[in-house]
Structures are given as structure tokens and as C-alpha cells.
Design a protein around this ligand. Sequence first.
Ligand code: PLP
Length: 418
Amino acid sequence: MKKPKNTKDTIANETGVSAVQASKRLEGIGEYYFSQKLREIDELNKQGKNIINLGIGSPDLPPHPEVIKTLQEESAKSNVHAYQSYKGSPILRNAISNWYKKWYDVDLNADTEILPLIGSKEGIMHICMTYINKGDEVLVPNPGYPTYRSAVKLAGGKCVDYNLKEKNNYEPDFDKLEERKMGKVKLMFVNYPQMPTGRSATKELFEKIVTFGKKHKILIIHDNPYSFILNKYPMSLLSVDGAKDTVIELNSLSKSHNMAGWRVGMLCAAKERIDEVLRFKSNMDSGMFLPVQLAAAKALSLGNDWHDAVNAIYTARREKVFELLDLLKCKYSRQQVGLFIWARVTGKYANNKDSSKILPLGGGGALSDDVLYNSNVFITPGGIFGDAGNKYIRVSLCGAMERFEEAIKRIKAASPSR
Ligand SMILES: Cc1ncc(COP(=O)(O)O)c(C=O)c1O
């Protein structure tokens, strides 16, 4: 076989055969931290360690039985297997519109202001690809969901961090933001209830965000997947007067309805924004399986009983996690909401500069490694959400009670080491 020429974009591997190099666009885009860490945990498990993973935020509980039944019944029909509309089934769009009215008191036109998504994560990428030109700036929260950062970079944009500090109650420091030049800023990602800090939304904060977006003529991207978890009053940024002039909101059934693997999310905004994003998205996929859409519509019709039952389980688990964090001498707020508990490291690791083999993750990384290697429990270091999280750890509430109890037992047994 003739060897391909070794050009700028090819590289010879050990066998002498040239392999095509990954694009420049991927430079600086690392493998997702969790996939690397999960490999290490796999290795430890192979050595018989039986690691308890308190890191991953995928709900372990099933969806409502009626939702599963709808999927089963619908998928048994012969006429549901074709490609679907790029804009989603009207049944799902109407269900989303009713859901927004019922829980958030927001009016959305089901025909023009709603775009169902194959999970809200893809919406983050679609928005970046729709609006960002090379060199455009995007405000991203630090700490925040790592996908904002990678999607901005993949689209050719430049991330400008805004820090969320405990002393500011994890609100953006708008005065500080006003001091910087905003000319190149096109988008700002916000996310309340905030992941990873667990800070919930307030009307005042939402009004400040909308005012800021309008003043600087930027698009505010509000990522809202946690509003039903341990949160008494679900809120939408779109509920602020005039928000549709500046806001795109992403939402998701992954956490609120225990449907993370089903991949159902939504993008809600003014008609013009929906049309713009659809120009990109319609080139990426060919719609969502109809029975999944119909089952999602069923899920969105569930009432208080569903959310109360799910939250009763998370409330009990949260108490156990507080107990675990007390053992680790961490400081945390009991008011936080969402699927995780965020806690500040104190004691011997509080001022650590570096630790992890994968990233420099400060005191949170050092404590996480200690707990992993000495207690066989994995806890997420806060630094993976940005360096403003280096002094923190994040514990997921996704796991049976016995797992938290066992983790507490193991941490107690190893505590002389910390
Ligand atoms: C803040 C945040 N936004 C978005 C997502 C993605 O959710 P989905 O399953 O809808 O893609 C997650 C998932 O963990 C998240 O934590």
C-alpha cells in the first residue's frame, strides 16, 4: 500500500502509516474530565477497590411508569418510525408551552417560540454555532458547567470568565463586569439554580441579569435544568418582563423527570431566535423519535405528586451528604438546591495549590484524591468547573441511601489520615 504523504495535517504513527490529525478546532479541548477519571476508577475497581462514585449527576431513579408505558405503547405502532419534523411534534411543543405556563407563568407560542432538543447540552453547542464568529467574546460562569467553555471554543469564540464568589452569594459581580469593554461580547451564559454551587434564583437576580443583557445588547443564555430539584419555586428567566428581547432559555427533562438517557430538552425564545438556531440545528439531526416525544409530553403533564416524591428522596439523601461533609470538615450552605452539594474544603488541604494527575485542582483536588485513594470513594473536585472552584468539592445526590451510608463508614474508618 502506498504511504500517504506526511503533510501538515497528517502524522506518522508507530506502524509508519500516516494518521489524520485532529482539527485545530479541537486544540485545547480536552477529553471530558469525567471520562478520564472514570477510566482511573475502572482501573481501581479492577484491582478490587469497589469505588463508590459520588461524582456523576445522572439520576439513578426511573421516570414515572406512565411515561415508560407511553413509550412502550407508541413504539409498538407501525407508523411512528419515520423521520420527524425538525421543529418537533406539535404535541410535545404544546406540552412544553403548557408546562411553562403552569410552573413558570411564562407564555410561549407553541408554534414559534419552542424548539425541542435532543438534550439541552446540544442546545449549548447549537447556540454557539449560530451566533459566534471567530474572536467574539462570551461571558461564562466560573465555576460553571464545563460544556459552555468547550462549546464557545469549538465555535471559535473567546471565553471571558466571570467569577461567582461565595461572598457574593454566587451572583455575577455586575459592577465589575461594567468596568470591562463589552463591545466584543455577544453571549453570556447564566445558570440558576446554579451548578455546581447550588445557588437558587431570585426574582431580583433575574431582573438584574435581564437589565444587563438589554443594556449591552447581548444574548443571555439561561441554562435551567435544575429548577425542580429541591427547589420549592421553579423559576424561568423568561418570566421577567421583556426577557424575550434578550434571553434564550434552555431546559431539560433529564433531571426533573429522571430521563437523562432519553435525551429530551428544549430551547425557548422569541421566534427570531428559534428560526436562527433552527438554521444550524436542522443541518445536524433529523428530529427526535416520535414515541420519545410523546412520552416526554406525558412526563411534562405530571403534577406536584411526582416532584414531591422525587424531592422527598433527594431531601433524605442530602441529609446524609451533609453528614459526610461534616466528617470531611467541609463548610456548606444548607439552603442549596439542585442535584449536588457544593462545599468548601477547610483544614490541611484548604490552601493546597495543586494535586490531581489530570488537572491542577487545588485543595478540592487534594481532598478528592485523599478520599479516593484512602476511602475508595470518588467525590468531584470543584476545580473542574473552573479555577474559582479549586477550594471546593461537589457531591452528587444521585445514588441509593446505602451508598452514602457505606461512603460515610469508609471515610470514618480512614479519617486519621486527614
Ligand atoms: C448545568 C447543566 N446544563 C446542562 C446539562 C445537560 O443536560 P441535558 O441532559 O439536558 O443535556 C447539565 C448536565 O449535567 C448540566 O449540569
